[in-house]
Write a protein that binds this ligand. Structure first.
Ligand SMILES: [Zn+2]
Length: 333
């Protein structure tokens, strides 16, 4: 019957009736997402959630059950861009979901809804504590095949100045918390008779450095823990009003085939959703196509650097004296 319905589509009344009573299949498209949440449950700004104080206590489980293998030597350093084959114009849209130790930071629903409505793949780098403060939103992002999640440290620690033990905690607590969320997601799917084992990545494999800051030992540590460090070659937002259309044109003019664009999907900075909506049509008109970072890496040679910066070397050192003693917003004990 399913095959007949696929052929007949919406012209078959019986098929329309069946589609309304049979739950979505988890094995295809947005099946898992649509099976676990109603459309109304996927939207909502949660602005009132932002800037409230939330616990920065460690997660119940602090070590991941499944450690990743160290990366091969040739993958050391951080990736700013990928060189795709001639004629191909893939770009990766990435969105950081940063959260400090001292407060919660919200979820910009407009951005996620925009991407879903246009079927645009994207990569979200989520802080571990952000995932805990916004657990349901995190589960929805994990369940959506359009998206990919990466690790953005537990409480946004500055990896240019943190000691080794603190950096390990920032990385591994987030890895462990993601595993815990994945177990809940698979259990919820099982309770609906769905097997989601192959639909949700078993571990986070990409890492975004908070403030884009690093040290040689930070890069070695991430490498040894099996995480690919993903920077960007185009920092999309500026400190002003990002909703102005002129900003979008300036951003689009810096995008090259294989570029990685940095955006945020929470309280910082202002106007990100409008900027995204202004940039996407320009890039599409210029022949670019959107891919997740993991897929971009498979398309060509990655441009790797040992220094970590935003636009040019040294331009993010100012963050070493901002956001508390170690970037997490906490003052020295
Ligand atoms: Zn961040």
């Amino acid at each position: 019957m399913k095959a007949v319905c696929a052929f007949l589509g919406t012209s078959c009344l019986l098929c329309l009736l069946l589609a309304s009573v049979i739950p979505a299949e988890a094995g295809s498209g947005r099946g898992l997402l649509d099976a676990l949440w109603t459309p109304a449950e996927l939207v909502g700004q949660e602005e009132d959630h932002a800037r409230t104080r939330t616990s920065d206590a460690p997660p119940a489980r602090m070590e991941p059950r499944v450690p990743l293998s160290p990366l091969p030597y040739e993958e050391s350093g951080n990736v700013r861009r990928v060189i795709p084959p001639k004629g191909d114009k893939p770009v990766a849209l990435t969105f950081d979901l940063c959260e400090l130790a001292v407060r919660s930071s919200g979820y910009d629903d407009t951005i996620i809804a925009y991407l879903r409505a246009r079927d645009i793949p994207a990569t979200f780098f989520a802080g571990g504590k952000w995932l805990r403060s916004h657990r349901e939103r995190g589960l929805q992002l994990m369940a959506d095949p359009l998206f990919e999640l990466g690790n953005h440290a537990w409480t946004h620690g500055n990896f240019g100045i943190m000691d080794m033990r603190s950096m390990r905690e920032q990385i591994l607590w987030t890895q462990a918390y993601y595993e815990d969320m994945r177990e809940e997601l698979l259990a919820r799917a099982r309770s609906r008779g769905l097997d989601a084992e192959t639909l949700v990545a078993p571990a986070l494999r990409l890492f975004r450095l908070p403030y884009g800051r690093c040290s040689p030992s930070a890069l070695r540590l991430l490498h040894s823990l099996g995480l690919r460090v993903i920077q960007w070659d185009v920092s999309a937002e500026n400190a002003g009003d990002n909703s102005l259309s002129g900003v979008a044109r300036l951003v689009a003019d810096r995008v090259r085939p294989g570029s990685i664009l940095l955006f945020h999907a929470n309280e910082v900075p202002k106007g990100s959703a409008a900027l995204l909506a202004n940039v996407v049509p320009i890039l599409q008109k210029r022949g670019f196509r959107f891919v997740k970072v993991g897929d971009l890496l498979a398309l060509g040679q990655a441009q790797r650097f040992q220094e970590c910066f935003s636009e040019r070397p040294g331009d993010n050192l100012r963050y070493d004296t901002m956001f508390g003693a170690d970037g997490t917003g906490r003052r020295k004990p």
